[in-house]
Design a protein around this ligand. Structure first.
Ligand code: SF4
Length: 383
């Protein structure tokens, strides 16, 4: 620690290091106060380290955190449920759909006020005066460029972004073996941008072979961070001559242990039913009643995506009313879950009536799941 302090490197206490003043977007992000708006999966590049999943890459889909949104109001709802104080717009390359970005930005600023902090990640590929002007006029506060370390040709495009009164930064993965190039990038950008963020390189399942062929390995069994990335980031922070430019290193651990945890705890507080148990981690334990054909198991997510909501929602509501009458329980102890097409209820009540439910050809279970829109299951115990 002393050695770090001597070099003006500060341990934030949240699994990240900073030399200088952390970007405003990161301050909100660490607290889990940023809504992650994945505005499109379309992108003209094919970075070997691309972290975007198969489900999203090169598909024109929109997600607000884990919620695949269909209308702008869904975005506002997710922002409310997570008590977001700002938005981080990502993709794909958001500049592919710049008008959509501006529409959503305006909507968020109108609903939550000008102080709702907005930052955006993009590449230099589609940057031009017209697109930047649109973003600035829509209220963007901070723009971060993903600079290509393997081809410097487009780096001078940074000049276009400097014309506006917003914060400009660079954000790249810290790729082992690329020390020389990263130091060159710091040197090139140091008088042009406010910050340069290094992210710990994470394993990309889509590009397994590419990673293996480059000799990359996982840091350890419990992490999906790549060995050597954190060490290189520390070397860069120590060695870079970065007067005036903030250098920041963000670990993979920060995303899960700090950022995500803070966000889900807030969402749990806002979505929990009176009978739900919220754990210290922010997950929810509750009773769930499944229809046989929509029970967690093989291809569960796929089945849910393909299920016809118009058909199932009335069936579930009818079932709910029937159970309220048969079990003589109050209305607020059983609900239709419109996302996972099941009923949710008090786990104690569920256990008490498990035999009855099974006789009705229903599948009762106690589940522990994330309070996210997709309610990802951590554990399903059939009763
Ligand atoms: S620019 Fe981003 S989204 Fe596009 S391929 Fe590279 S890492 Fe993936």
């Amino acid at each position: 620690m002393e050695l770090l302090a001597a070099q003006n490197i500060v341990d934030t206490g949240c699994f990240s290091l900073v030399k200088g003043r952390m970007a405003k977007g990161c301050e909100y992000c660490i607290k889990g106060q940023k809504l992650v708006l994945f505005i499109t999966g379309l992108c003209g590049l094919k970075c070997f380290y691309c972290p975007v999943s198969d489900k999203k890459i090169n598909k024109d889909v929109i997600y607000a955190n884990e919620w695949k949104i269909e209308k702008p109001e869904d975005l506002l709802e997710e922002a409310r449920l997570t008590e977001a104080k700002g938005v981080g717009i990502t993709g794909g390359d958001p500049l592919v759909v710049v008008d959509r970005v501006c529409e959503y930005l305006r909507l968020l600023k109108k609903e939550f006020g000008k102080k709702f902090h907005a930052h955006l990640y993009t590449t230099f590929r589609l940057v031009n005066e017209e697109r930047l002007k649109k973003l600035y006029e829509a209220g963007l506060d901070e723009i971060r460029f993903h600079a290509n370390l393997y081809d410097k040709t487009l780096w001078p495009q940074i000049e276009l972004a400097r014309k506006y009164d917003w914060d400009v930064g660079i954000e790249i993965p810290c790729i082992p073996g690329m020390k020389k190039e990263i130091l060159e990038l710091v040197d090139f950008m140091k008088e042009k941008v406010k910050f340069l963020n290094l992210n710990e390189l994470e394993w990309s399942e889509r590009n397994d072979c590419e990673y293996l062929s480059r000799g990359f390995m996982l840091k350890n069994q419990l992490s999906y961070a790549v060995k050597g990335s954190a060490e290189l980031a520390l070397e860069i922070l120590k060695e870079a001559k970065n007067a005036g430019l903030t250098l920041y290193f963000c670990t993979a651990k920060l995303k899960d242990n700090v950022q995500l945890k803070n966000r889900i705890k807030r969402r749990a507080k806002n979505i929990k039913k009176s009978f739900d148990q919220v754990t210290d981690e922010g997950t929810i334990i509750r009773g769930a009643i499944y229809l046989p054909e929509l029970t967690p198991g093989l291809n569960y997510r796929q089945k849910l995506e393909q299920a016809d909501k118009k058909k199932y929602l009335p069936i579930l509501e009818e079932l709910r009313q029937k159970l309220i009458a048969q079990l003589k329980i109050s209305e607020d102890l059983i609900f239709v879950d419109e996302v996972k097409l099941r009923l949710i209820t008090d786990r104690r009540l569920l256990k008490k009536h498990a035999c009855f439910l099974k006789k009705q050809n229903l599948i009762p279970a106690v589940v522990e799941e994330y309070p996210t829109r997709d309610a990802l299951e951590m554990e399903v115990s059939f009763v």
